[in-house]
Design a protein around this ligand. Structure first.
Ligand SMILES: [Zn+2]
Length: 213
């Protein structure tokens, strides 16, 4: 069961990837995590990636796919895996496809967690972070006991710059331009499944589980 999960930033795909990973006993693989693991272990691939990262450059797609293939070749991936955050664009998806093809493998499912922009902007603008201990809240879903005050340390809660509508909108624009074309790409391959990500987290994961079962 080789899965990739797609969705706009803030659509909740990271949470769903973790749930699928636990439910089906397959590793949840993000490129950030595998870069860090390779660098920490001082592997040759990790050192190559670090050269780019130290210069503030993006790791080239070919190298990223090499590191990814090395990871999915490990024992714990023999029953499948879920990729979160890669590929991010069509060229990366093509490099990945080609590399999998060479190993006589292919992706089985692309799960698209669909949430309209306005819902995401609304969700994110309800987030609050503590300026003291970093605890996070949501004015609707996880409100603090006293408005604007952290339950744990009593410091002020603020809306982070990352969660402000303008920043969120910019990230969504990048997503629409670069990542959203993957939806058609995987649809053409016949492996796309879209779930309604506006529903409750539990309902979204039940919908995904129904597709995978
Ligand atoms: Zn606090």
């Amino acid at each position: 069961m080789k899965i990739i999960i797609l969705g706009a930033p803030g659509a909740g795909k990271g949470t769903q990837a973790r749930i699928i990973s636990e439910k089906f006993g397959i590793p949840n693989i993000s490129t950030g995590d595998i870069f860090r693991a390779n660098i920490k272990n001082g592997t040759q691939l990790g050192m190559e990636a670090k050269k780019y990262m130290d210069q503030g450059l993006l790791v080239p797609d070919e190298l990223t796919v090499k590191i990814l293939l090395d990871r999915v070749g490990q024992e714990d991936c023999k029953n499948g895996y879920i990729l979160d955050g890669f590929p991010r664009n069509i060229p990366q998806a093509q490099v990945l496809d080609k590399a999998l093809e060479e190993r006589k493998e292919k992706l089985d499912y692309a799960i698209n967690v669909d949430v309209p922009d306005e819902n995401i902007i609304k969700r994110m603008s309800g987030r609050r972070a503590c300026t003291g201990c970093g605890a996070t809240y949501h004015i609707e879903h996880i409100p603090p006991k006293a408005e604007g005050i952290c339950d744990t340390c009593g410091q002020e809660l603020v809306l982070r710059d990352d969660d402000k509508p303008k920043t969120v909108k910019n990230r969504l624009d990048v997503y629409h331009e670069q990542t959203q074309p993957l939806i058609e790409f995987y649809e053409a391959k016949g492996i796309l499944n879209t779930v309604d990500g506006t529903k409750d987290m539990k309902d979204v994961s039940a919908a995904i589980a129904a597709i995978l079962q």
